[in-house]
Design a protein around this ligand. Structure first.
Ligand SMILES: [Mg+2]
Length: 266
Protein backbone atom coordinates (compact mmCIF):
# COMPACT_ATOMS: atom_id res chain seq x y z
CA UNK A 1 0.00 0.00 0.00
CA UNK A 2 2.87 2.34 0.84
CA UNK A 3 4.88 1.67 -2.31
CA UNK A 4 4.45 4.50 -4.72
CA UNK A 5 2.98 6.67 -2.00
CA UNK A 6 5.50 9.40 -2.61
CA UNK A 7 4.98 9.48 -6.39
CA UNK A 8 1.21 9.40 -6.02
CA UNK A 9 1.26 12.32 -3.59
CA UNK A 10 3.66 14.41 -5.65
CA UNK A 11 1.68 13.80 -8.84
CA UNK A 12 -1.58 14.79 -7.15
CA UNK A 13 -0.05 17.91 -5.64
CA UNK A 14 1.45 19.01 -8.96
CA UNK A 15 -2.07 19.14 -10.39
CA UNK A 16 -3.26 21.58 -7.71
CA UNK A 17 -2.69 25.27 -7.60
CA UNK A 18 -2.28 25.71 -3.86
CA UNK A 19 -0.58 23.46 -1.35
CA UNK A 20 -1.60 23.49 2.31
CA UNK A 21 0.94 21.82 4.58
CA UNK A 22 -0.04 20.95 8.14
CA UNK A 23 3.04 19.96 10.10
CA UNK A 24 3.48 18.53 13.55
CA UNK A 25 6.67 19.81 15.22
CA UNK A 26 8.26 17.35 17.68
CA UNK A 27 9.21 14.05 16.10
CA UNK A 28 8.15 15.33 12.70
CA UNK A 29 10.18 18.45 11.88
CA UNK A 30 12.46 18.20 14.90
CA UNK A 31 14.00 15.35 16.82
CA UNK A 32 12.52 14.89 20.29
CA UNK A 33 13.73 17.19 23.04
CA UNK A 34 14.70 15.46 26.28
CA UNK A 35 12.50 17.82 28.27
CA UNK A 36 9.30 19.23 26.76
CA UNK A 37 9.90 22.53 28.55
CA UNK A 38 13.11 22.93 26.63
CA UNK A 39 12.46 25.42 23.86
CA UNK A 40 15.38 25.58 21.50
CA UNK A 41 14.59 27.14 18.16
CA UNK A 42 16.28 25.23 15.36
CA UNK A 43 17.67 27.59 12.68
CA UNK A 44 17.47 24.90 10.01
CA UNK A 45 13.76 24.32 10.65
CA UNK A 46 13.04 28.04 10.73
CA UNK A 47 14.84 28.47 7.41
CA UNK A 48 12.81 25.67 5.86
CA UNK A 49 9.49 27.03 7.11
CA UNK A 50 10.40 30.52 5.92
CA UNK A 51 11.21 29.15 2.49
CA UNK A 52 7.87 27.27 2.35
CA UNK A 53 6.02 30.35 3.53
CA UNK A 54 7.78 32.53 0.95
CA UNK A 55 6.47 30.35 -1.89
CA UNK A 56 3.30 32.01 -3.13
CA UNK A 57 1.40 28.75 -3.57
CA UNK A 58 2.54 26.95 -0.40
CA UNK A 59 0.79 27.57 2.92
CA UNK A 60 2.57 25.88 5.83
CA UNK A 61 1.06 25.59 9.32
CA UNK A 62 2.18 24.00 12.58
CA UNK A 63 -0.20 21.69 14.46
CA UNK A 64 1.35 20.76 17.79
CA UNK A 65 0.57 19.39 21.22
CA UNK A 66 2.93 21.92 22.74
CA UNK A 67 1.57 25.11 24.16
CA UNK A 68 1.27 27.97 21.72
CA UNK A 69 3.83 30.12 23.56
CA UNK A 70 6.45 27.44 22.88
CA UNK A 71 5.52 27.09 19.25
CA UNK A 72 5.73 30.84 18.79
CA UNK A 73 9.27 30.75 20.14
CA UNK A 74 10.23 27.77 18.02
CA UNK A 75 8.65 29.19 14.88
CA UNK A 76 9.07 32.97 14.99
CA UNK A 77 7.44 33.49 11.61
CA UNK A 78 4.69 36.02 11.02
CA UNK A 79 1.54 35.21 9.09
CA UNK A 80 1.88 31.48 9.63
CA UNK A 81 -0.92 29.53 11.23
CA UNK A 82 0.30 28.08 14.53
CA UNK A 83 -1.90 25.67 16.49
CA UNK A 84 -0.80 24.71 20.01
CA UNK A 85 -2.26 22.36 22.64
CA UNK A 86 -3.82 20.15 19.95
CA UNK A 87 -5.68 23.06 18.44
CA UNK A 88 -7.02 24.62 21.65
CA UNK A 89 -4.76 27.64 21.16
CA UNK A 90 -4.48 28.93 17.63
CA UNK A 91 -2.72 31.90 16.17
CA UNK A 92 -4.30 32.51 12.81
CA UNK A 93 -2.30 33.80 9.79
CA UNK A 94 -3.65 37.32 10.44
CA UNK A 95 -2.16 37.20 13.94
CA UNK A 96 -5.49 36.85 15.77
CA UNK A 97 -5.79 34.31 18.58
CA UNK A 98 -8.56 31.76 18.51
CA UNK A 99 -9.61 29.44 21.34
CA UNK A 100 -12.36 26.94 20.46
CA UNK A 101 -12.84 26.11 24.15
CA UNK A 102 -13.28 28.48 27.11
CA UNK A 103 -10.42 28.08 29.59
CA UNK A 104 -12.64 29.10 32.52
CA UNK A 105 -14.81 26.08 31.85
CA UNK A 106 -12.04 23.56 32.40
CA UNK A 107 -9.36 25.23 34.49
CA UNK A 108 -10.92 24.80 37.96
CA UNK A 109 -10.90 21.00 37.60
CA UNK A 110 -7.33 21.03 36.35
CA UNK A 111 -6.31 23.17 39.34
CA UNK A 112 -7.78 20.54 41.63
CA UNK A 113 -5.95 17.76 39.83
CA UNK A 114 -2.72 19.72 39.83
CA UNK A 115 -2.77 19.96 43.63
CA UNK A 116 -3.34 16.21 43.87
CA UNK A 117 -0.59 15.40 41.39
CA UNK A 118 1.91 17.75 43.02
CA UNK A 119 1.60 15.86 46.28
CA UNK A 120 1.78 12.52 44.46
CA UNK A 121 5.02 13.54 42.76
CA UNK A 122 6.50 15.18 45.84
CA UNK A 123 10.00 13.77 46.25
CA UNK A 124 9.72 11.66 43.07
CA UNK A 125 12.84 12.90 41.34
CA UNK A 126 12.66 11.82 37.68
CA UNK A 127 9.02 12.77 37.12
CA UNK A 128 8.03 15.98 35.47
CA UNK A 129 4.64 17.68 35.78
CA UNK A 130 3.81 19.81 32.78
CA UNK A 131 1.07 22.44 33.02
CA UNK A 132 -0.10 23.57 29.58
CA UNK A 133 -3.01 25.64 30.98
CA UNK A 134 -5.57 23.58 29.03
CA UNK A 135 -3.99 20.23 29.89
CA UNK A 136 -1.86 18.62 32.59
CA UNK A 137 0.73 15.98 31.85
CA UNK A 138 3.16 13.78 33.75
CA UNK A 139 6.35 12.79 31.97
CA UNK A 140 8.22 9.80 33.32
CA UNK A 141 10.74 9.20 30.56
CA UNK A 142 13.65 9.14 33.01
CA UNK A 143 12.01 7.05 35.71
CA UNK A 144 12.61 3.31 36.17
CA UNK A 145 9.96 1.23 34.50
CA UNK A 146 8.33 -0.15 37.67
CA UNK A 147 8.34 3.22 39.43
CA UNK A 148 6.93 4.92 36.36
CA UNK A 149 4.13 2.35 36.05
CA UNK A 150 3.19 2.69 39.72
CA UNK A 151 3.05 6.47 39.68
CA UNK A 152 1.31 6.72 36.31
CA UNK A 153 -1.37 4.20 37.42
CA UNK A 154 -1.95 6.11 40.62
CA UNK A 155 -2.08 9.46 38.85
CA UNK A 156 -4.55 8.07 36.33
CA UNK A 157 -6.90 6.88 39.08
CA UNK A 158 -6.70 10.29 40.72
CA UNK A 159 -7.46 12.00 37.44
CA UNK A 160 -10.51 9.79 36.84
CA UNK A 161 -11.81 10.67 40.30
CA UNK A 162 -11.15 14.40 39.95
CA UNK A 163 -12.19 15.24 36.41
CA UNK A 164 -15.56 15.25 34.68
CA UNK A 165 -15.41 12.46 32.09
CA UNK A 166 -17.74 14.37 29.81
CA UNK A 167 -15.17 17.14 29.51
CA UNK A 168 -11.83 15.39 29.82
CA UNK A 169 -10.05 12.43 28.36
CA UNK A 170 -7.10 10.80 30.04
CA UNK A 171 -4.42 9.32 27.90
CA UNK A 172 -1.75 7.10 29.42
CA UNK A 173 1.13 4.97 28.30
CA UNK A 174 4.16 3.51 30.14
CA UNK A 175 5.90 6.80 30.67
CA UNK A 176 3.39 9.51 29.98
CA UNK A 177 -0.01 10.60 31.19
CA UNK A 178 -2.06 13.53 30.05
CA UNK A 179 -5.44 14.85 31.08
CA UNK A 180 -6.90 17.01 28.35
CA UNK A 181 -10.31 18.18 27.17
CA UNK A 182 -11.94 16.05 24.47
CA UNK A 183 -11.87 19.18 22.37
CA UNK A 184 -8.04 19.05 22.41
CA UNK A 185 -7.70 16.96 19.29
CA UNK A 186 -5.65 17.39 16.16
CA UNK A 187 -8.52 15.73 14.29
CA UNK A 188 -11.05 18.30 15.51
CA UNK A 189 -8.53 21.03 14.80
CA UNK A 190 -8.10 19.84 11.21
CA UNK A 191 -11.85 19.50 10.76
CA UNK A 192 -12.31 23.17 11.53
CA UNK A 193 -9.34 24.33 9.44
CA UNK A 194 -10.21 22.30 6.34
CA UNK A 195 -13.63 23.94 6.17
CA UNK A 196 -11.94 27.08 4.88
CA UNK A 197 -9.91 25.42 2.14
CA UNK A 198 -11.41 25.22 -1.36
CA UNK A 199 -11.37 21.58 -2.44
CA UNK A 200 -10.92 22.07 -6.21
CA UNK A 201 -7.70 24.07 -6.26
CA UNK A 202 -5.90 22.86 -3.20
CA UNK A 203 -3.72 19.96 -2.22
CA UNK A 204 -3.52 19.17 1.48
CA UNK A 205 -0.76 17.27 3.25
CA UNK A 206 -0.53 16.46 6.95
CA UNK A 207 2.76 15.23 8.42
CA UNK A 208 2.97 13.75 11.89
CA UNK A 209 4.59 11.03 13.91
CA UNK A 210 2.28 9.75 16.64
CA UNK A 211 -1.21 8.64 17.65
CA UNK A 212 -2.40 12.20 18.19
CA UNK A 213 -1.55 12.86 14.56
CA UNK A 214 -3.49 9.78 13.45
CA UNK A 215 -6.73 11.56 14.40
CA UNK A 216 -5.75 14.22 11.90
CA UNK A 217 -4.67 11.68 9.25
CA UNK A 218 -8.19 10.30 8.96
CA UNK A 219 -9.77 13.75 8.71
CA UNK A 220 -7.32 14.97 6.10
CA UNK A 221 -7.73 11.81 4.01
CA UNK A 222 -11.52 12.04 4.16
CA UNK A 223 -11.17 15.57 2.81
CA UNK A 224 -9.07 14.26 -0.10
CA UNK A 225 -5.65 15.13 1.29
CA UNK A 226 -2.63 13.01 2.15
CA UNK A 227 -1.19 11.79 5.43
CA UNK A 228 2.54 11.29 5.78
CA UNK A 229 3.98 9.59 8.85
CA UNK A 230 7.44 10.33 10.16
CA UNK A 231 8.60 7.15 11.81
CA UNK A 232 11.36 4.57 11.57
CA UNK A 233 9.36 1.67 13.03
CA UNK A 234 7.27 -0.78 11.10
CA UNK A 235 3.61 0.19 11.55
CA UNK A 236 1.32 -2.81 11.93
CA UNK A 237 -1.81 -1.27 10.48
CA UNK A 238 -0.64 1.76 8.56
CA UNK A 239 -3.27 4.35 7.74
CA UNK A 240 -0.86 6.86 6.25
CA UNK A 241 -0.34 7.34 2.51
CA UNK A 242 3.41 7.37 2.82
CA UNK A 243 6.03 7.06 5.54
CA UNK A 244 9.39 8.78 5.84
CA UNK A 245 12.01 7.48 8.26
CA UNK A 246 12.83 10.52 10.41
CA UNK A 247 12.57 14.30 10.77
CA UNK A 248 15.64 14.79 8.60
CA UNK A 249 14.01 12.90 5.73
CA UNK A 250 10.80 14.86 6.29
CA UNK A 251 12.67 18.15 6.00
CA UNK A 252 14.47 16.97 2.88
CA UNK A 253 11.20 16.13 1.22
CA UNK A 254 9.74 19.52 2.12
CA UNK A 255 12.76 21.24 0.58
CA UNK A 256 12.28 19.16 -2.56
CA UNK A 257 8.66 20.31 -2.73
CA UNK A 258 9.72 23.94 -2.95
CA UNK A 259 11.94 22.95 -5.83
CA UNK A 260 9.24 20.99 -7.65
CA UNK A 261 6.39 23.43 -7.12
CA UNK A 262 8.68 26.31 -7.96
CA UNK A 263 8.73 24.97 -11.50
CA UNK A 264 4.95 24.85 -11.64
CA UNK A 265 3.26 27.33 -13.93
CA UNK A 266 2.19 30.45 -12.01
MG1 LIG B 1 4.99 14.75 17.22
Amino acid sequence: MMAGGQKKIEKALAEKRELYLFLDYDGTLADFAANPDLVEPNPEIIMLLEALQAHRHIHPAIISGRKLAHIQELVPIKNMLLAGTYGLEMRMPDGKLYHPLDLDLIRPQLEQLKTVWISLLDGQEPFYLEDKDWTLAIHARFARKETAQKIIDRAEQQARRTLDAALFQIQADDKFLEARPWQASKGKCMESLLKDIPVENAGVVYMGDDDKDEEAFAIVQAWGGYAIRVCSNVIKHPIEDWKVANPQAARQWLWSLIDKLGRMSP
